[in-house]
Design a protein around this ligand. Structure first.
Ligand SMILES: C[S@@+](CC[C@H](N)C(=O)[O-])C[C@H]1O[C@@H](n2cnc3c(N)ncnc32)[C@H](O)[C@@H]1O
Length: 239
């Protein structure tokens, strides 16, 4: 049975998990989300309202799907920084980015809670399925706020809570019972990451909870959109 680590341990545990599954991450994402994750990411880019020439940071970029979409939106005059704590994940992201001949995209190792980026240096921050994994969510949100220029936007794609009870029951069965089995089998993972996944989703704030946490970090006009019945939500906040 998966036992959640104490907060001081969380960063190392998250690192171990992503190092273990990096090679299978994209395959498992597609299998376990029935291919929906791509649509969720496309919608995240739409809601971030990226414009040509803008500078964008993708925090917890992993295998760089959002970075690739962002690079297309900001064009050759824009800049994308794909930042992640985990080297094996980011190395795969870098490979995907370089295979696409994208102009100004770079990869950087770093922690969302101590971003290696200057104050007011980016127009938009994207983050997909990362905020659940940070040790101190409020600190990560404050850091994201710090690096945004005035008028900048943050778009956060994360698992959330389906409001309807029928879907929630089905989803709970899928995520607690089937998903850990399939994910572990495909990736041959020994770290328990696919049991950690549903557990971390339950502990993460729901739609209204995350909106409040973003407001507490300074974000204004925070809105969210539920996708796939609220299994995931995209929150957008402005500086
Ligand atoms: C579930 S993956 C998501 C990857 C990608 N954004 C996507 O949507 O497919 C979560 C990523 O967040 C990274 N991560 C976890 N904690 C982090 C932190 N504190 N700072 C930066 N990245 C972190 C992990 O290494 C991992 O690559």
């Amino acid at each position: 049975m998966y036992a959640p680590p104490p907060p001081a341990e969380k960063e190392r545990a998250v690192q171990r998990m992503f190092s273990s599954i990096a090679r299978f991450y994209d395959l498992n994402n597609t299998l376990l989300s029935f291919g929906l994750h791509h649509r969720w990411k496309v919608r995240t880019i739409e809601l971030a309202a990226l414009r040509p020439g803008e500078a964008v940071a993708d925090i917890g970029a992993g295998t760089a799907d959002l970075s690739i979409l962002a690079a297309g939106a900001v064009g050759s005059e824009g800049k994308v920084v794909a930042l992640d704590l985990n080297e094996p994940m980011l190395r795969l992201g870098q490979k995907k980015l370089s295979g696409r001949r994208i102009g100004q995209a770079l990869c950087a190792l770093g922690n969302a809670e101590r971003l290696p980026l200057a104050d007011q240096s980016v127009d938009a921050v994207l983050t997909g399925f990362c905020m659940r994994n940070v040790t101190d969510l409020d600190q990560a949100l404050r850091e994201i706020y710090r690096i945004l220029k005035p008028g900048g936007r943050m778009a956060c794609l994360e698992f959330s809570r389906p409001p309807g009870s029928a879907l929630r029951k089905l989803y709970d069965f899928y995520s607690f019972t089937l998903l850990p089995k399939i994910g572990t089998w495909v990736s041959k993972d020994p770290t328990g990451v696919y049991s950690y996944l549903p557990d971390s989703i339950r502990k993460f704030p729901d739609q209204e909870g995350l909106k409040k946490r973003m407001e507490n970090a300074g974000f204004a006009r925070v809105t969210y959109e539920n996708l796939t019945g609220g299994i995931v939500a995209i929150h957008v906040g402005r500086k």
